[in-house]
Design a binder for this molecule. Sequence first.
Ligand SMILES: Cc1cc2nc3c(=O)[nH]c(=O)nc-3n(C[C@H](O)[C@H](O)[C@H](O)COP(=O)(O)OP(=O)(O)OC[C@H]3O[C@@H](n4cnc5c(N)ncnc54)[C@H](O)[C@@H]3O)c2cc1C
Length: 450
Amino acid sequence: MTNFLSLTIITSRESIFDVIQACMNIRTSVRPIFSYANRIPSRPSLAFSRTLFTSHRPPKNWKAAGASIATSTLAFAALANTHQIHSQAATEDKMAPVAASTNGQSTKPRHKVVIIGSGPAGHTAAIYLARAELKPVLFEGMLANGIAAGGQLTTTTDVENFPGFPDGIRGPEIMDKFRAQSVKHGTEIFTETISKVDLSSRPFKFWREFSEDSEPELADTIIMATGASARRMNLPGEEKYWQSGISACAVCDGAVPIFRNKPLVVIGGGDSAAEEATYLTKYGSHVYVLVRRDELRASKIMAKRLLNHPKVTILFNHVALEAKGDGELLKQLRIKDIKSGEERDLDANGLFYAIGHVPATDLVKGQVDCDSDGYITTVPGTAQTSVKGLFAAGDVQDKKYRQAVTSAGSGCIAALEAERLLAEEEEYENINEKDAQTHPNNADPSKAGL
Ligand SMILES: Cc1cc2nc3c(=O)[nH]c(=O)nc-3n(C[C@H](O)[C@H](O)[C@H](O)COP(=O)(O)OP(=O)(O)OC[C@H]3O[C@@H](n4cnc5c(N)ncnc54)[C@H](O)[C@@H]3O)c2cc1C
């Protein structure tokens, strides 16, 4: 039995990267749990943390930050080693195993339900499963796909359309509440990323990041709630004005005051762009749609609606070059006519990307049916995938709505379906066992003449 410490780290925006570096250095013995309420890492520091974490190489500004990182790392590691840090003791045997594996595949714990992902879908599934006493284990990720534990909402400021919060709520704060509710009902949460799964037979096998060479852990069912991330253009100025004028979700952000009666720009030429632009006409003074090609990819009906809208101008053959602002908010977009080569500044208080999302499905690629855009396909109206026992919830299987509340809803569906499958299988096993006891010949097909 290996003991390990579970630490709750409260950190400031400025020192988040110090802490992550510290955790990296002592990650073998410490499993950190970040409390992210009201602690959105500033963009540069988040990017910096990712560089540290993914490359394990010093980032460009290493020298400047080096001294403080080294100090905090050493201090943190020393404290951890001497068990002086305020900590929640936890041991490996608290991992909610259903049973040690009995089929010779692994001596690691076997869980009834494992949830991968920590957005609204994952936590809603966890709440339902924990209340059903199925002891769910949830892996919230360690900056998996570059997104903090808690998911996409941790990257936004105000969430105004999640029911139950009439005054709105900060994105990180609502995810803290989701997490607290999961924990309250008994979910075991690990701040680790699952890097490999084997879905070829049940129980499924899975591995945590950096433990790929060790024995797998086992899961009777898995809920994939790994989410998606919006494609971005990485324009100069984008980091600075992201969520300060730049967004990837018109439905989420369109109604906020900074966009009211102001010129807005949508980039993209497909159905999503057409939908987002039409939606934004309710709020903006005018909506420009930047399309790289000389035609829209959107369906005929959507394209027609857009072309005929009095508040919409489509700028065909145009690309964006730079996001410009006053240091606080986006004010203009530098654009280029790729046919004439002419460049100009377009007044724009809002810039909305509608160039697609990337679902986080690398983990299961080739093992489960996905659509042409990589989203896991589910049986309509359910969370069932093409692999029995694997359920998908949230943005990873939804390219249409992509909202916190729809993700939460599908998390609930996934949990109820996992619960039902496990109950059915348990019942079936019990009947077989009983049958074998009362009619011993049935247990042995050869004796039963089969
Ligand atoms: C800037 C922004 C603002 C938004 N505003 C709103 C809004 O106001 N209202 C609204 O309804 N919706 C909003 N949305 C959309 C909403 O955030 C998403 O629809 C929702 O978060 C999707 O939830 P999810 O549970 O599918 O996963 P996500 O929120 O995408 O979370 C998935 C989590 O799983 C983790 N993960 C991924 N892979 C692994 C792995 N292998 N192992 C462990 N963990 C892993 C990720 O790191 C991530 O933390 C916004 C989105 C963005 C980007």
